[in-house]
Design a protein around this ligand. Structure first.
Ligand code: BTN
Length: 245
């Protein structure tokens, strides 16, 4: 991962750039990284605040020979890689939040947007877009955030160089991606759950159309959230926003 690396001082969105490169045939493991984005994309059609020169905006193009049904699993691979890179490189106690957020001190420090091009049996490519708030200051965050946000600088009290952190992230991501290809999703899911503080706790899930409350019981073999509501079979949730109660 990152042997083929494309850098932009500024671009619309590294995910959009990676998709363009993918359509042109760029190889598995291609990385796009930008200093700033004019229209950073977030999950569920939201925007991602992308001021220039402070954060990490990067997208990784993968072409795994697995069923498209397994594509969501790759987002967990990437979220886990970000949490581990922050822990190992910065010594900060990063945790994960379903589906693919990374938390520090109970605030969101990174998010992930995966976009895929596939047909029924085959993935053409997956783009894993990672936005990590590195040196962002409190006043640079949008005012209307749905969830509290932070940066590595706010959490640690000093700024971080982005390039060594990015290198470490690509390294961990490659290791976990290889583990995923060799051993499947189970070891990734267990590592992800070990960094998720909410197991056994009461949470609320906003599914857009409605909200459901229950006890967080982990993730299933595809990454769906398992919500215990009444002690019977857990409810499987595939998309939504989660908060602790
Ligand atoms: C989220 O909503 O939590 C996901 C945010 C993902 C942001 C990253 S920044 C790099 C890549 N390019 C984008 O346009 N989005 C992702």
């Amino acid at each position: 991962i990152g042997r083929n690396l494309v850098y932009f001082a500024e671009t619309d969105s590294t995910n959009s750039q990676a998709q363009r490169l993918a359509e042109e045939g760029a190889p598995d493991g291609t990385v796009v990284v930008a200093d700033g984005q004019r229209s950073g994309k977030g999950r569920m059609g939201r925007t991602w605040a992308s001021p220039t020169g402070v954060n990490l905006y990067t997208s990784v193009l993968l072409r795994p020979a697995v069923s498209p049904l397994r594509a969501p699993q790759l987002s967990f691979v990437a979220a886990l890689a970000v949490a581990r890179a922050v822990r190992e490189h910065c010594g900060l106690a990063a945790e994960v939040k379903w589906p693919n957020d990374i938390l520090l001190d109970h605030a969101k420090v990174a998010g992930l947007l995966s976009e895929m091009n596939a047909e029924s049996e085959r993935i053409h490519y997956v783009v894993l877009g990672i936005g990590l708030n590195v040196n962002m200051e409190a006043e640079q965050f949008p005012a209307d955030l749905r969830y509290p946000a932070t940066s590595l600088k706010l959490a640690a009290g000093h700024a971080w160089e982005r390039a060594p952190l990015a290198r470490h992230l690509y390294h961990v991501l490659e290791e976990l991606y290889e583990q995923f290809l060799d051993q499947g999703f189970a070891p990734i899911a267990r590592q992800w759950e070990a960094l998720c503080p909410w197991r056994g706790r009461r949470i609320e899930v906003d599914r857009g159309a409605d909200r459901v409350c229950g006890t967080f019981a982990g993730i299933d073999e595809y990454g769906a959230l398992l919500l215990d509501i009444d002690g019977n079979a857990p409810l499987k949730i595939y998309a939504g926003d989660v908060r602790p109660l």
